[in-house]
Design a protein around this ligand. Structure first.
Ligand SMILES: [Zn+2]
Length: 306
C-alpha cells in the first residue's frame, strides 16, 4: 500500500536552514535585508487576503523595537528569493483582511506557504506556553533563531515538543469503514478514530488500544499499514495515519467520548453524504484523506463540514 502523497499540511518547499540557527548574528543581518518576509501570528491564526493568500510583510512594516523582535523572531527558512521569519507570542500586529486558522485553509495554500506557516503556528504554540524553565521555574529566553529556549539560571536548554497521535481508517472484511462522532460534535459529524500515543507506547499498540477503547472493535496488529503523517500543531500534534483491518464487527462505543460509532459500506456512505446526514472533516485534515483513500475516488467538497 503506497503512502498518500501530498497531505495538505505536510507539503513544504523551502530550506529550513538549520545551520543558520547557531549564528547569533543572523537576525540583525536578516532584519535589515530587503528580501526578508515576515509572518505575524495572532492567537495562533495567520493573516490572509480576501482570496486566501498568506500575507507576508517586510520588517519595516513591523513597529517593534529590535530587542523585542529578538525575543519573538523564529527563522522559518529560505528559498532562492527570500528569508522567512515568524513573529510569535502576539508581540506584533498588522492590518490583515482576516485572521484564520490553518485547520480550515491549509489545503488552499501553496506548498511554500503551508510549509512555512505550519512551522510558525507550531513554534508559536510552543513559545507561548513554555516561557518558564520546567526544572527551576525561572523565565527562559529565546535562542537558536527561535528553535530553543534557554534557562540562564541553571543553563538548561529546552526544545519544542511534538505529540504523536494515531488516526486510523478501520475496515472490515466487507470493505466497510468505521466512523465515529465525538460527544462534543454536532449530529452528522463523523470521522475516523484517533488518539494520542501514551508514554512508553508504540504507535502500533496505540492504534489497537484506541480503536478497541473507542469502538469495542479489535483490529489485527499485523494488518496495520502506515499511510503518511502531517503536523497538526493545535497545539502540538503529529498525526500518523494508518489503515487497519478489523477482526471483530460488534460495536461497543466508549460512552464518555463517543456519541456514535458505526460501520458504513460505500453505498451507505455515499447515500448519507448525499442526503447530508453525514458530514466529513474538511480537506486540510488527514482524516479526509484517509477516508478518501478507502473510498477510492475524489470526495466532493460539498460532503465536508462548513
Ligand atoms: Zn532553570
Amino acid at each position: 500500500m503506497e503512502l498518500i502523497a501530498d497531505l495538505p499540511l505536510a507539503r513544504f518547499d523551502t530550506d529550513r536552514a538549520a545551520a543558520l540557527r547557531a549564528d547569533s548574528e543572523w537576525l540583525s543581518r536578516v532584519w535589515s535585508a530587503d528580501n526578508t518576509r515576515v509572518l505575524v501570528l495572532n492567537e495562533g491564526n495567520v493573516p490572509v487576503t480576501d482570496d486566501v493568500s498568506l500575507i507576508w510583510v517586510k520588517p519595516d512594516a513591523i513597529d517593534l523595537a529590535f530587542e523585542v523582535v529578538e525575543q519573538c523572531a523564529v527563522l522559518l527558512g529560505l528559498d532562492s528569493n527570500h528569508t522567512y521569519v515568524a513573529l510569535v507570542n502576539d508581540r506584533a500586529s498588522i492590518d490583515a483582511v482576516a485572521w484564520v486558522s490553518l485547520r480550515g485553509i491549509g489545503a488552499q495554500l501553496s506548498a511554500r506557504d503551508v510549509g512555512l506557516a505550519i512551522a510558525a503556528v507550531a513554534m508559536n504554540s510552543w513559545h507561548s506556553t513554555h516561557t518558564y524553565c520546567p526544572k527551576c521555574g525561572n523565565a527562559t529566553v529565546l535562542t537558536q533563531a527561535g528553535w530553543a529556549r534557554r534557562c540562564e539560571h541553571d543553563n538548561s536548554d529546552h526544545y519544542p515538543r511534538t505529540e504523536p497521535a494515531m488516526i486510523a481508517a478501520v475496515n472490515d472484511a466487507d470493505d466497510r469503514i468505521l466512523l465515529g462522532r465525538r460527544n462534543e460534535w454536532p449530529e452528522g459529524w463523523f470521522s475516523t478514530l484517533a488518539g494520542f500515543v501514551e508514554a512508553g507506547e508504540s504507535v502500533e499498540a496505540c492504534v489497537v488500544r484506541e480503536v478497541l477503547e473507542e469502538s469495542g472493535i479489535q483490529v489485527s496488529p499485523s494488518s496495520l499499514r502506515y499511510l503518511g503523517s502531517q503536523p497538526w500543531p493545535f497545539p502540538a500534534s503529529l498525526m500518523l495515519g494508518y489503515r487497519a483491518t478489523a477482526i471483530s464487527t460488534d460495536i461497543a462505543r466508549e460512552e464518555a467520548e463517543m456519541a456514535e460509532v458505526r460501520w458504513y459500506s460505500k453505498a451507505e456512505f455515499e447515500a448519507a453524504c448525499t442526503d447530508e446526514s453525514l458530514r466529513l472533516p474538511n480537506n486540510s485534515t488527514i482524516a479526509f484523506h484517509l477516508i478518501q483513500h478507502w473510498y477510492g475516488r475524489p470526495i466532493p467538497l460539498e460532503w465536508t463540514r462548513k
